[in-house]
Design a protein around this ligand. Sequence first.
Ligand SMILES: O=C([C@H](O)CO)[C@H](O)[C@H](O)COP(=O)(O)O
Length: 209
Amino acid sequence: MKLQAALDTLTLEKCEELLEKAGNSIDIAEVGTPFILKEGMVPVQALKKRFPDILVLADTKIMDAGEYEAEGCFKRGADIVTVLGVSYDETIEGVVKAAKKYGKQVMVDMIGVKDLAKRSEEVDQMGVDYICVHTAFDIQETGQQDPLEDLKIVNQVIKNAKSAVAGGVKLQTLDAIVQEGAEIIVVGGAICNAEDPSNMAKAMKERMI
Ligand SMILES: O=C([C@H](O)CO)[C@H](O)[C@H](O)COP(=O)(O)O
């Protein structure tokens, strides 16, 4: 079970400080979508160079030119890229093609997917590595989506890919997710906004088996 720290709001300097202090607990450093929108691929390149042993995920949320866009990320050091589950099959297949070319990995972000079971079954046939249920930041407070329930749906239908979960995961909600099982647990705000981010990352990783 891997801990993925979603780096959405910290400066590159703060991200490096976090990985320096808690790198043993963080399996995957996610350069989050807001970070990429602000800085492009610069943090992906910088983190990969400084922490070659930590997997770097570029949270690009690709949904248009799959192969072309993914290739640009892999060339710049990303180990994993994200593509949206609501994309056309051709886009997801293009990302998979690029990943195979570079020996890298693909995470499909199921944010906004209406029929999670059906789409997960479809995506599971496309050679992707991870299928990630994701409660969008903008609906986390509404209570209309439960990451744990979504994870159960995906775990029931996948045969090839591994599951991942993202969106509002906190120390208090971690144990139930760990019990259900997911290959990757993505945590953003609960780590980055903690009083001591490195201690929080360590505490969360300790609870993951
Ligand atoms: O992908 C993310 C979000 O859409 C911002 O782009 C986050 O990295 C992901 O949701 C995890 O963050 P938290 O919800 O803060 O744990």
